[in-house]
Design a protein around this ligand. Structure first.
Ligand SMILES: Nc1ncnc2c1ncn2[C@@H]1O[C@H](COP(=O)(O)OP(=O)(O)OP(=O)(O)O)[C@@H](O)[C@H]1O
Length: 373
């Protein structure tokens, strides 16, 4: 799979911009702040409907404009597919696939499989559990796009259940009396069912990822320490089949009901889970050095990339501003690991930071413009 064409209209710093790519390595070079990351961010958005830098869409729209458009053309198994996304903050994204409008933007997920590694990924190791849950869920969707629907269903039920708990909480706090919470039982059934489906998929994914993470970390850090992952949940996760997980979630919801009513929110379920990352015996978070955390974050992305590849999906790989952070040894080892990627997009401020083996097509990025050198 590769991206043949990217067109941006009012996306970030670009009023309009068109870039044509080829398979193999493409290096986007330019001084700081000219818009290199904006280009890979746009492709990342096509792939996940999320930005790797911001949690809301507003910053993605060029200052002064009301909406942004990302058009891309993706070639997969000799067939070309166009994906168009219109982003208008506060409204649902509109999307077209192969020129035709689709009902929901998430219907385009799967058209572009991409793994993006960027400096922000340090948050995978050092940041909140939400970062690690997103990592897992985006990878789930890249493997099997139908999980976008599973996650959306879970979040919809969670939102409604939380709204009910919150109303009861506020009524009690303000002395407006108690609220009838009998409908909570219905939401519990749905939450346990969708939650178990998401949980089972995440657990299966973690098991599949584990060996790839250990291998990638070993390669990046030259054998210094063994990296591991373990899924952490308040709900018993064994046995890990959907039926048992659903029963475990239901029981946990019953048990935590008094505290949930007390605090006005749902306290158990996949939205509260975490991924424990370890280096040797120690958790990476709070213990790993800056360099180790960086290698761990890179290993997580490389493992995602390798897993997809072993499952017959050749994703686009993007490395945003990565090489400036690495010492010479790590640069060369990374070059060996990613050199055979079907399409590799690299951004950098200094072209010489990129190992010679990866210096393919070169694109000069200047304020608002991209030119093939
Ligand atoms: N919504 C927006 N409207 C207008 N300009 C924006 C918007 N969002 C970001 N920018 C501008 O885009 C530029 C940053 O682009 P980007 O992050 O792609 O830079 P870069 O070339 O990757 O830089 P670096 O090498 O420092 O990482 C900044 O100048 C910023 O002001």
């Amino acid at each position: 799979m590769y991206v043949r064409r990217l067109e941006l209209v009012d996306f970030r710093s670009y009023p309009r911009c068109v870039v044509e790519f080829e398979p193999g390595c493409s290096v986007l070079v330019g001084p700081n702040g000219v818009g290199k990351t904006n280009l890979v961010e746009a492709l990342g958005y096509v792939s996940t409907l999320d930005s790797h830098r911001v949690a809301t869409d507003a910053p993605l729209v060029r200052a002064g404009a009301t909406s942004a458009v990302i058009r891309s053309e993706i070639v997969h198994e000799h067939r070309s597919l166009s994906v168009e996304l219109a982003i208008e903050p506060g409204k649902a994204n509109r999307a077209r696939l192969g020129g035709s409008p689709v009902r929901r933007a998430r219907d385009v997920l799967g058209a572009l499989r991409m793994v993006l590694f960027a400096p922000e990924d340090l948050a995978l190791v050092r940041g909140d559990p939400a970062e690690r849950r997103n990592y897992l869920d985006h990878l789930l969707v890249a493997r099997q796009p139908r999980y976008a629907g599973v996650r959306a269903d879970y979040e919809r039920v969670l939102k409604q259940r939380n709204a009910l708990l919150r109303t009861a909480y506020l009524a009690r706090k303000t002395g407006a009396g108690t609220r009838d919470l009998s409908t909570l039982d219905v939401w519990d059934v749905h939450l346990a069912s969708h939650g178990a489906e998401l949980l089972a998929a995440r657990l299966e994914l973690c098991a599949a990822l584990g060996p790839h993470i250990a291998k990638a970390y070993d390669a990046v850090a030259a054998g210094r320490g063994r990296a591991g992952i373990a899924y952490r949940s308040r709900v018993p996760i064994e046995p890990a089949d959907r039926e048992s997980l659903s029963a475990a979630l239901s029981a946990a919801l019953v048990e935590s009901r008094p505290s949930e009513v007390e605090r006005g929110m749902t306290l158990v379920g996949p939205h509260r889970d975490d991924l424990l990352l370890t280096l040797g015996e120690l958790p990476a978070k709070g213990y790993a050095s800056h360099g180790e955390s960086w290698s761990m974050a890179l290993a997580l992305r490389l493992a995602a990339y390798e897993l997809l590849r072993t499952e017959g999906i050749e994703p686009v790989l993007a490395l945003d501003d990565v090489f400036a952070e690495l010492d010479a040894g790590r640069r060369e080892r990374l070059a060996e690991l990613v050199g055979s990627a079907g399409q590799l997009l690299i951004t950098c401020a200094v072209a010489e930071d990129v190992p010679a083996a990866l210096r393919g097509a070169r694109y000069e990025v200047s304020e608002g413009e991209v030119h093939r050198a």
